[in-house]
Ligand binder design. Structure first.
Ligand code: AMP
Length: 277
């Protein structure tokens, strides 16, 4: 496991690797969700490269960039037991020198769901992922289903910009109580983490309701919002059911494969999750 901070060092190591290269980009504060992506890469690729970079460009000024958990020592310890070729820990100036021109990729998907609450988020994500793809030159890249919209947008970017990279979706890893693992769970107290399980319970309830034949959106939203707001520490940002393929909202009835998305706040901590079948 080699730890490098510069593109020059990474290039040297990259040039010595042949065969399939799996890449797992992260922002650190690693948990079992991140580790599952690395395990998937190890299973299907000959080499695995992991990056840790808290990307300033995807945080709005009112968001938690400064406070985002940075736990590099424990991250490296967790990574040391896995079969990783290179860990890339770039500084901002390394990825974004003044002369660097960002890619010009845009998508309609930037402006739905997360994009409404976080207008600059996906532009920032695509910039950093494209930059990392150009440097790491992976054959495969692994992304979590927890960030379903991000996964969709990156797949679209890869298609449109013609990267020769297989994007591999990986299932959401959860705490025992169902709460999706997230670096931001670190901000929550034990009691809040326990209460946050209502997010996944609401998603499961929605799935069950729709599968049992309820298709009227108004009815479904009422029931799900009632359930989610029965936990007083939760402030709902959005609870939205969309078409699986287009991520567009249905009119009045669910008439196609769907995904239910939830974004909530517990105090200032924002959490997202989704479910589909
Ligand atoms: P982040 O460090 O939050 O940018 O996440 C890095 C990668 O890990 C992204 O592809 C996420 O979708 C993925 N990820 C985050 N949480 C989970 C989870 N609970 N289960 C599976 N993948 C996850």
């Amino acid at each position: 496991m080699k730890i490098v901070k510069t593109i020059v060092e990474l290039n040297q190591l990259r040039d010595s690797l042949f065969g399939s290269i799996g890449f797992v980009p992260t922002m650190g504060a690693l948990h079992d969700g991140h580790l599952s992506l690395i395990q998937e890469s190890n299973k299907s690729c000959e080499h695995t490269i992991v990056s840790i970079f808290v990307n300033p460009n995807q945080f709005a000024p009112n968001e938690d960039f400064d406070n985002y958990p940075r736990t590099i020592n424990s991250d490296l310890e967790k990574l040391s037991s896995l079969n990783i070729e290179v860990i890339f820990l770039p500084e901002s100036q390394e990825l974004y020198p003044e002369s660097y021109k960002n890619i010009q990729f845009k998508s309609d998907l930037f402006h739905v769901l997360e994009g409404i609450s976080r207008p600059i988020f996906f532009k920032g994500v695509c910039e950093v992922v494209a930059r990392l793809f150009n440097i790491v030159k992976p054959t495969h890249a692994f992304f979590g289903d927890k960030d379903f919209q991000q996964l969709r947008i990156i797949s679209e970017m890869v298609r449109e910009l013609k990267y020769d990279i297989n994007i591999i979706p990986c299932k959401t890893i959860r705490e025992q109580n169902g709460l999706a693992m997230s670096s931001r769970n670190e901000y929550l107290t034990k009691d809040e983490r326990n209460k946050a399980k209502i997010v996944f319970e609401t998603l499961q309830y929605g799935l069950k309701l729709i599968k049992s034949g309820e298709k009227k959106l108004g009815e479904i939203y009422n029931k799900l919002i009632n359930k989610l707001s029965s936990e007083p520490i939760i402030t709902i940002d959005y609870l939205t059911i969309v078409d699986y393929d287009t991520l567009k909202e249905f009119d009045n009835r669910i008439n196609n494969r769907f995904v239910i998305f939830i974004a909530i706040y517990i105090r200032k901590t924002r959490l997202i999750d989704n479910i589909y079948e």
